[in-house]
Design a protein around this ligand. Structure first.
Ligand SMILES: NC(=O)c1ccc[n+]([C@@H]2O[C@H](COP(=O)([O-])OP(=O)(O)OC[C@H]3O[C@@H](n4cnc5c(N)ncnc54)[C@H](OP(=O)(O)O)[C@@H]3O)[C@@H](O)[C@H]2O)c1
Length: 277
């Protein structure tokens, strides 16, 4: 079994979305630490600040805009065509959530979330797959433990992650026998900008809630590279998240929906808005 460094040395181009912060940023840092000369193309709206060198190419892209996805894919296909022989690693990581009761949330933001978390993942993968099939590689999709069960108060977000989880696993089967495989990465609560952009006034892991299985984005990045090197198809980060994912998929769906709703309600609505029902 190759080490993460050995695996990365077999790649010629690494494409990641959402490398400007959080998990994506930590994945780029981890790659650069192991293989400083790795060619990494980052797609996000803002430029990753640190670690910039001539091997990191930033393509400023709003992935919720399908025309921007097509334009970025065109640039990426040119970069891949001109690259040395080697596998292509595509990491679809960009995403955001929006916390609250569905009826209180902004309609446009929900649709933008679907465009980013779902449409862009399918679209970018489809654009790059022909060259990946020729060269070999892996499609890594960052989904979430939220994808294992319905998530009230994060209804649209959880459903986008369920889509990506199922789509990634099914795509892996479709690709069986080819040179391309897939890896679905399911982090649980991870310290990043995610909670702020999702509308949590305070990240749940900083409220002294010691039961939360939270992790650093650096640990999620290291686990992802290890799972890649091991050839895994599914990574649920950490045993506590694995336990949550197990119960989420094994118990009757109405039970996990209600229990999940009670937990998520506690995370903000009760503590910050005082409007629990
Ligand atoms: N943190 C958690 O607890 C957690 C748990 C499970 C799964 N996840 C998943 O992990 C992934 C990374 O999230 P994170 O925790 O690292 O959060 P984060 O720090 O908020 O990072 C989100 C990334 O997505 C990019 N992004 C957002 N909107 C975009 C757009 N319209 N076009 C292109 N890129 C866009 C952001 O870049 P720009 O703003 O520069 O565009 C940023 O780099 C997400 O898919 C998230 O759902 C996170």
């Amino acid at each position: 079994m190759p080490t993460p460094t050995e695996y990365l040395k077999h790649t010629s181009v690494i494409i990641i979305t959402g490398g400007s912060s959080g998990i994506g940023c930590s994945i780029i840092k981890a790659i650069k630490k192991l293989v400083p000369t790795a060619t990494v193309c980052n797609l996000s709206r803002s430029k990753p600040g640190v670690f910039f060198d001539q091997h990191v190419i930033h393509i400023a892209t709003d992935l919720s805009d399908s025309k921007a996805v097509a334009a970025a894919a065109e640039q990426l296909n040119i970069i891949i065509a001109g690259a040395e022989a080697g596998e292509i690693l595509l990491i679809n990581n960009s995403g955001f959530g929006d916390y609250g009761r569905q009826q209180d949330l902004d309609r446009a933001k929900q649709l933008q979330m679907i465009d980013l978390n779902v449409r862009a993942v399918v679209d970018l993968t489809a654009h790059l797959l022909p060259q990946m099939l020729e060269r070999g590689g892996c499609v890594v999709n960052v989904t979430s433990t939220a994808g294992f069960q319905p998530t009230a108060y994060l209804a649209t977000y959880g459903a986008t992650k369920a889509f990506v989880l199922n789509w990634t696993l099914a795509l892996g089967e479709d690709l069986r026998g080819t040179k391309v495989r897939t890896l679905a990465v399911c982090p649980g609560p991870t310290r990043s900008n995610f909670f702020k952009s999702a509308g949590f006034e305070t990240p749940p892991m900083q409220e002294g809630a010691s039961w939360t299985p939270d992790m650093t984005s650096e640990l999620v990045a290291d686990l992802t590279l290890l799972a890649l090197a091991k050839g895994k198809s599914l990574l649920v980060t950490g045993w506590r998240n694995q336990l949550i994912a197990f119960f989420g998929s094994k118990f009757p769906i109405m039970v996990v929906t209600r229990v999940g709703a009670a937990i998520l309600r506690k995370m903000r609505l009760e503590t910050h808005q005082g409007n629990s029902k």
